[in-house]
Design a binder for this molecule. Structure first.
Ligand SMILES: C[S@@+](CC[C@H](N)C(=O)[O-])C[C@H]1O[C@@H](n2cnc3c(N)ncnc32)[C@H](O)[C@@H]1O
Length: 155
């Protein structure tokens, strides 16, 4: 349904949680290196990711590789950040859209945000909170997209 892009994810359980969300919604997971963990099968299984083989996952050496090889055109790419004011629910999503999320400690690179300032989206929060957990942020936006795409999303 969607393409979820994690730019340099660091924490394995977050990626595992997001992989499960992708499987549940028939979405593709893109992981952009460097990763903060190994994709070694034994480690994934130890982390409880038994379903990993069923998830559509692509690992990219860099963002440039992903942008060159996928249909992530600027008009169908959206960047989730705390550093903008436009709520994700004001965006009309289409099947196949690319949703970019940043790494747990740093968020998306400033240069990427600057290049795509018209396609930044945020999940509104009270100012007491700096940010949401990465997997929580993915779940919120992904299921808003699924809701918008009904009945095409078949969920
Ligand atoms: C833990 S957050 C990163 C926090 C980082 N200190 C920052 O300020 O961007 C990891 C990722 O989750 C997503 N995220 C978390 N909270 C969000 C929010 N309220 N709105 C949009 N994206 C959010 C963003 O993609 C972010 O890059």
């Amino acid at each position: 349904v969607f393409n979820i892009v994690l730019v340099e994810p660091e924490i394995p359980p977050n990626t595992g949680n997001i992989a499960r969300l992708c499987l549940a919604t028939d979405s593709t997971l893109h992981l952009v290196k460097p990763l903060g963990f190994s994709l070694d099968h034994r480690q994934l299984r130890r982390a409880g990711l038994d379903y990993w083989d069923e998830v559509k996952v692509t690992v990219w050496d860099s963002l440039q590789h992903l942008l060159a090889a996928t249909e992530a055109t600027p008009d169908r790419s959206f960047f989730l950040t705390t550093k903008c004011a436009r709520p994700y629910y004001d965006q009309s999503f289409k099947a196949g859209d690319f949703l970019f999320f940043g790494r747990e400690t740093k968020g998306l690179p400033e240069s990427l945000l600057a290049e795509n300032f018209s396609r930044l989206l945020t999940i509104p929060m009270r100012p007491q909170t700096r940010s949401l957990n990465l997997a929580t942020a993915v779940a919120i936006v992904l299921f808003e997209g699924v809701r918008q795409l009904r009945p095409e999303s078949r969920l």
